[in-house]
Design a protein around this ligand. Structure first.
Ligand SMILES: Cc1ncc(COP(=O)(O)O)c(C=O)c1O
Length: 385
C-alpha cells in the first residue's frame, strides 16, 4: 500500500497556473506602454466579462476578497444586520461580513454537492436578514433560479461568491449573472490565474457605488484624468478604499480569461478520467454533479468515508505526498470553527462538519499532462488495494 509507484518522480503540485507566450507578450506590452495602473487593459477585461455574463457592469479589483468587501459596502449592509452564508467556504466572505459590522449566519450544506441549499437558507431568515451570500463550491453553481426566487420573496439581496466559478453555468445561467452582485477570484490557483485579482459584477447601480468606494470615493479614475489639464481636479464623494486592479494584473488576466473555454475543457477531461477510474473504490465518493450544471471544475473534491475506506482522509493525503510526491488540498476548514467565529453562537452544522472531515481535493488543472493524471489515478487505486 505504501510502496512508491514512481520512484524519483518530480513532485506533482496540487495546482499550477498555465501561462503561455500570449500572457507574457500582453504583460510586456503593458510594461512598455507607460501605463501600469487601472486603465485600458482593466477596461478590456471588464468589457469581456460584461459581454460574456450579460451583466450590467463589471469592476476589476485587487482580489475576490476586495470584491466581496465592496459588495457588502455598496449594498449598505452593516451593524445589526445578518447575511446568510455557508461555513464550508474560505473565510473571505464571512470576514468581509464582519468587517462591515454585520453578522454571518452560517447554514448547512447539501452533503452531496457541498453547496448551501435554498431550503436551509430560508429556514435561517430572520427580521435582521439583509442578504444571502451563496458560494459555488468547487465550481458547481448553486441553484440560482431557486435562490433568486427566495431572495425576491423575502426582499433580500443576493450575492454570489463565485471565486471558484468564473467559467461555470447552470440551467443556461452563467455564474455571476443572477445575483445582485457577484465576486470572482483571479488568485494564483484559480481557473484564470493572475497572481492576485478579482472581479465585482452585477447591477449597474451597485457596481457604480462599488467603483467609487474602490477608488477612494473619487469621482473619476486616474485613466480618465490622465492627459487632462489638471489631474488633481477631482472630488471625494464618499470615504472609499483603494481596490482597483492594476493594468499589469489585467494584462495577464485578460489573456487567461480568454483561454477559459480551453482550460475548462481540459479540467472536465481530467475530472471525467478520475471519476471513471475511481468511482468503484469503496468509501470514496467522486463529486456529485446536478442536472443542468456546467461545472467549472476548479476543484475535484472526493469524499473519503472513514468507516468504509481503507484510509482516512488525512492518511490518504499523507501517503500520496510521502510515497508518491502528489500534493492534495482540503477545502475547507469550516469557518464557524475558526478564530473570530469560534465563540459565536451557530446552529448545528452536521453536514458541513462531516464534509470538512472527509473532503480531499485532487490535482485537477490544465497544466497537468495525461501522464500526471494517470499517476494520480494509479497512486489512489494503489492506496485502496
Ligand atoms: C470561496 C472563496 N471565496 C473567496 C476567496 C478569496 O479570493 P481572493 O484570494 O481572490 O481574495 C477564495 C480564495 O480561495 C475562495 O475560495
Amino acid at each position: 500500500m505504501t510502496q512508491t509507484l514512481t520512484p524519483g518522480a518530480a513532485p506533482l503540485p496540487w495546482n499550477r497556473p498555465l501561462i503561455g507566450e500570449d500572457e507574457i507578450a500582453e504583460v510586456l506590452d503593458t510594461l512598455r506602454s507607460g501605463w501600469l495602473t487601472h486603465g485600458p487593459k482593466a477596461h478590456r477585461l471588464e468589457h469581456a466579462v460584461r459581454e460574456r455574463l450579460g451583466v450590467e457592469d463589471a469592476f476589476a479589483v485587487t482580489s475576490c476578497t476586495a470584491a466581496l468587501h465592496l459588495a457588502f459596502l455598496a449594498a449598505g449592509i452593516g451593524a445589526g444586520q445578518e447575511v446568510i452564508t455557508p461555513s464550508l467556504t474560505f473565510c473571505a466572505a464571512p470576514n468581509a461580513i464582519l468587517q462591515v459590522g454585520a453578522r454571518p449566519v452560517f447554514v448547512d450544506i447539501d452533503p452531496a454537492t457541498l453547496n448551501m441549499t435554498p431550503e436551509a437558507a430560508e429556514d435561517a431568515i430572520t427580521p435582521r436578514t439583509r442578504a444571502i451570500a451563496v458560494m459555488h463550491y468547487g465550481g458547481q453553481m448553486c441553484d440560482m433560479r431557486a435562490f433568486r426566487r427566495l431572495a425576491d420573496r423575502h426582499g433580500l439581496l443576493l450575492i454570489e461568491d463565485a471565486a471558484h466559478a468564473l467559467h461555470a453555468s447552470r440551467d443556461g445561467l452563467p455564474a455571476g449573472s443572477t445575483g445582485d452582485l457577484a465576486a470572482f477570484s483571479l488568485y494564483a490557483n484559480k481557473v484564470a490565474a493572475a497572481g492576485e485579482g478579482g472581479l465585482l459584477v452585477g447591477r449597474g447601480d451597485l457596481v457604480h457605488k462599488a467603483r467609487l468606494l474602490g477608488r477612494h470615493g473619487i469621482d473619476s479614475s486616474a485613466w480618465q484624468r490622465h492627459g487632462k489639464r489638471n489631474t488633481a481636479d477631482y472630488e471625494v464623494t464618499v470615504p472609499g478604499l483603494k481596490y482597483v486592479m492594476s493594468d499589469l494584473t489585467a494584462a495577464l488576466a485578460v489573456v487567461q480569461y480568454g483561454r477559459l473555454p480551453e482550460f475548462t475543457r481540459r479540467r472536465a477531461d481530467i475530472a471525467a478520467a478520475y471519476t471513471s477510474a475511481l468511482a468503484d473504490l469503496p468509501g470514496l465518493s467522486t463529486p456529485a454533479v446536478e442536472p443542468g450544471v456546467e461545472h467549472g471544475r476548479f476543484l475535484y473534491a472526493v469524499l473519503i468515508d472513514p468507516d468504509t475506506a481503507p484510509l482516512k482522509r488525512d492518511q490518504t493525503a499523507a501517503v500520496l505526498l510521502k510515497h508518491h510526491q502528489i500534493a492534495t488540498s482540503v477545502h475547507f476548514k469550516p469557518v464557524h470553527l475558526l478564530g473570530p467565529y469560534r465563540d459565536m453562537v451557530h446552529p448545528p452544522l452536521p453536514a458541513t462538519e462531516t464534509a470538512a472531515a472527509r473532503q480531499l481535493s485532487l490535482p485537477c488543472y490544465p497544466a497537468m499532462t495525461d501522464q500526471d493524471v494517470e499517476r494520480v489515478i494509479l497512486a489512489v487505486r494503489q492506496l485502496w488495494t
